[in-house]
Every structure is written in structure tokens, then in C-alpha cells.
Design a protein around this ligand. Structure first.
Ligand SMILES: [Zn+2]
Length: 415
């Protein structure tokens, strides 16, 4: 038996003075095996006081506890131990720390890391199913892990921040996500999508070594709530309205414009595809077809040129020409009287400064679009989150994914 204990001791790699005392395996009626490993501090050994670190005598071992360890070859594995209390001349009687598990956890560190690796890839319910644990226990690990991530966030180098909203369940439940545009990491997630979320964000960096005065730039969409929030709470920061949102709005305006009976040489789907597609990405033949569609349908042709002209804003060489181009475009859109483009012209006029800020900052919300698709994935995996807190935890966990491996070891960021 001694050799087996030594072998398992080697597997577990438990720190001194802990030793494996006993290993047993039982099989239940369904043929499922369970391995129980008893570990102990052998009699006569000293233990380290959890208060001052001094080596002390063992006073007693009142508490028996059990932890779930990684399965051994398909056998559920449990570690049992009686935890000694040290008799310290300085601190008195204290329970010693456990090297293989966090305080109050029912799982070993290895098992927790394994569960976290699962949680990043699959719904919590599936992870619970796979490990034979109840989902609540898995959630507790995830939430603790997320709160550790938030606690250890270092925001001292945050200069450029992107903000975006995300609907998470039903029509009225929104999260606002703030990301560091340099490191691409989510740094703050909160419920709601009004200007108050910016106020909440303002208080956050100070708790994590950051300074709101260092944040020089924001990037966000055209939602006026963000912009008014940023103007109010970060008076000296530049605001860039995301160029991809502007292009999207131009495409929507084209799509929504009613052009009456259309004369088309191709089917509607193909025509739509040709009109919305970026000019650079289509073949010469398709380009000819598209130009013919625009010639044959006057209103559609104008709408198409309005859209293209607005999108070409970003190819302007300098701020001055961009400003002239945008002003000209707003006048032209209003002159056509096309409802959706007139509305877009109003939006563009209201946000002219923030649109043109791009020519100075070159910031976009592309990072957050990636985050959005990540959140959608998490949401779909769980078939909708009803508790915002759970989704917020998952956002932090998945965003930090690249920083640790499945054993919780910090590795080089792949980016
Ligand atoms: Zn002590």
C-alpha cells in the first residue's frame, strides 16, 4: 500500500508536510467508480501558522473536509483531510491554510481551473452535467473567478475607451460594455444603456490604479445617451462616432428608401446585394449590372449615390476636405427630400464633430463588435440570461480567456 500512496502523492503533487495516507476505490451499483484519497499531516510534523508563517506544533485536527479533484481515469475523485490547527505562541490557535484549494471551496484548484475551462466553451448547465455537479456550484466558481478578475484589473494604462450597448434578454434589458481599445480587453460592464452608465464607469478606474484624467478618447455609436454622458463626465476627452455605424446607417437608409416599381434585369436579391456591397469587392460584370440598375431606376440611383458618397467620406485625405464633403453631403441629402436620407442628414449634422474626430483619433468600435459577437455566443449558449449579473461575470471571464490556460496559469497574450 505504501507504494500506491507514494504514486498518488506524486500525481497530486501536494506540498509538504502533507502526505497521502490512504487510497480506496469503491464501485456503485451502476458500475461507476469513486476514488477517495485521504491526505494528512503525519504526527510529529510542524505546520505553518496562517497568521504569521511561523512553524508551530499541531494542536488538534477538529475539521474533516472533502474536495472534488479531477477525475482519475473516469473515476470521480475526492480528497479527504482533517485540517490541523496550529498552536502559535504569537497568534494562538489557528486553522492552517490548504495548498490545494481556495478557502471555503468544495473543489481543488485543479478542478476549478478545469471547470472554468469548460465554462468558457460551453453552457454552465452542460458543464454541470459533464461533471455531475449542480449548476449553482458551477456558477459560484464562475462568479468568484470573475470577481477575482475584476479585483485584479489594472487600469493604469487605459487611454482609449470604446463603449457599446448590448441587449441581453427581452427588449428592455441592456448591458453597456466598456473596452480598452489598446489591449482589446473588456474593462467594465454594467446594466442599462443611458448616460448614467458613463457616470458609473467614471468611478471605476480610480479603484484599479487608473485615472479618469488619462482617458483621452472615447469611441461609441450614434446613441445620444453615451455622447451626452461622456460630455458630462469626461469633459476633456475626444469622442469619435464609430465609422462602421455610419456606414451601416447609410446602408439602412438605402435599404428602407421606397423606390416604387423597379426595372430590374436581375432578381431583387441580387440587385440588393449589388447595391449594398462595397464597390471594391465586386466584379466588373456586376459593376456594369449595378450601374444599369441605377440608370434605369432614377430614385434608386440617387439613393445609391447618396449612400456611396457618405461612405467615401472616410477616404478623404484630410480633415478640411472631409468637413467640406460632409457639409456638402448633408445639403444634398436634404435637397433630395428622401425621408430616410433627410433623417440621416439630421443625425450627421448633430454629430458632425464626433464623425470628423475620426480623422484625428482613427478610432473605431471594431473591438467591441468582436465583443458583441462573443456576448451573443454566450447568450445563445445559455438560451438567454435572466440575471444580468451572470452575463456580466461571463463577459469578464470570456474576455480574459487568452490570459490563462486550463490550469489557471497565466500565459502570454496571443494578440
Ligand atoms: Zn502565528
Amino acid at each position: 500500500m505504501g507504494e500506491l500512496n507514494e504514486f498518488v502523492d506524486g500525481l497530486l503533487n501536494i506540498e509538504d508536510p502533507w502526505k497521502v495516507a490512504d487510497v480506496t476505490r469503491t464501485v456503485d451499483r451502476d458500475g461507476r467508480g469513486e476514488v477517495r484519497i485521504r491526505v494528512e499531516v503525519p504526527f510529529g510534523h510542524t505546520v505553518r501558522c496562517s497568521g504569521c508563517g511561523r512553524e508551530c506544533k499541531v494542536r488538534d485536527r477538529p475539521n474533516e473536509r472533502t474536495w472534488r479533484e479531477l477525475d482519475m481515469v473516469g473515476n470521480k475523485t475526492l480528497i479527504h483531510a482533517r485540517i490541523p490547527r496550529s498552536d502559535c505562541p504569537e497568534c494562538g490557535v489557528k486553522q492552517i491554510g490548504i495548498p490545494w484549494a481556495r478557502e471555503n471551496s468544495r473543489f481543488t484548484l485543479q478542478m476549478e481551473s478545469f471547470i472554468m475551462a469548460m465554462v468558457r466553451q460551453m453552457p454552465v448547465a452542460t458543464a454541470a452535467d459533464q461533471t455531475g455537479e449542480v449548476p449553482n456550484r458551477i456558477w459560484r466558481i464562475a462568479e468568484r473567478y470573475a470577481s477575482d478578475l475584476v479585483r485584479t484589473l489594472d487600469l493604469s494604462s487605459v487611454r482609449k475607451v470604446g463603449a457599446d450597448e448590448k441587449c441581453f434578454s427581452g427588449r428592455d434589458s441592456f448591458l453597456t460594455v466598456f473596452a480598452d481599445l489598446d489591449t482589446h480587453r473588456i474593462i467594465f460592464v454594467t446594466e442599462g444603456k443611458d448616460s448614467g452608465t458613463v457616470g458609473k464607469f467614471k468611478r471605476f478606474p480610480a479603484k484599479h490604479g487608473g485615472n479618469t484624467g488619462n482617458i483621452s478618447d472615447f469611441s461609441c455609436d450614434f446613441g445620444s445617451a453615451f455622447i451626452s454622458g461622456i460630455r458630462k463626465h469626461f469633459r476633456f476627452s475626444g469622442i469619435t462616432c464609430d465609422r462602421f455605424h455610419l456606414v451601416k446607417m447609410a446602408n439602412e437608409a438605402l435599404n428602407d428608401t421606397k423606390c416604387g416599381e423597379l426595372k430590374l434585369s436581375v432578381n431583387r436579391m441580387k440587385a440588393k446585394y449589388l447595391l449594398l456591397r462595397n464597390d471594391r469587392n465586386i466584379s466588373d460584370g456586376d459593376r456594369e449590372t449595378r450601374d444599369r440598375i441605377c440608370r434605369d431606376n432614377e430614385i434608386l440611383g440617387i439613393a445609391y449615390r447618396l449612400k456611396e458618397s457618405l461612405c467615401s467620406l472616410y477616404s478623404m485625405g484630410d480633415l478640411y476636405s472631409a468637413e467640406q464633403h460632409l457639409k456638402g453631403w448633408i445639403q444634398w441629402a436634404r435637397f433630395t427630400g428622401m425621408y430616410h436620407f433627410v433623417k440621416l442628414a439630421d443625425t450627421a449634422e448633430r454629430h458632425t464633430a464626433c464623425i470628423l474626430q475620426w480623422f484625428t483619433s482613427r478610432l473605431t468600435n471594431a473591438v467591441l463588435e468582436g465583443t458583441n459577437s462573443m456576448i451573443s455566443q454566450i447568450k445563445n449558449r445559455a438560451r438567454g440570461f435572466h440575471k444580468a449579473g451572470s452575463l456580466i461575470s461571463m463577459c469578464y471571464i470570456v474576455s480574459a480567456q487568452e490570459k490563462t490556460d486550463m490550469y489557471g496559469r497565466v500565459c502570454e497574450c496571443r494578440r
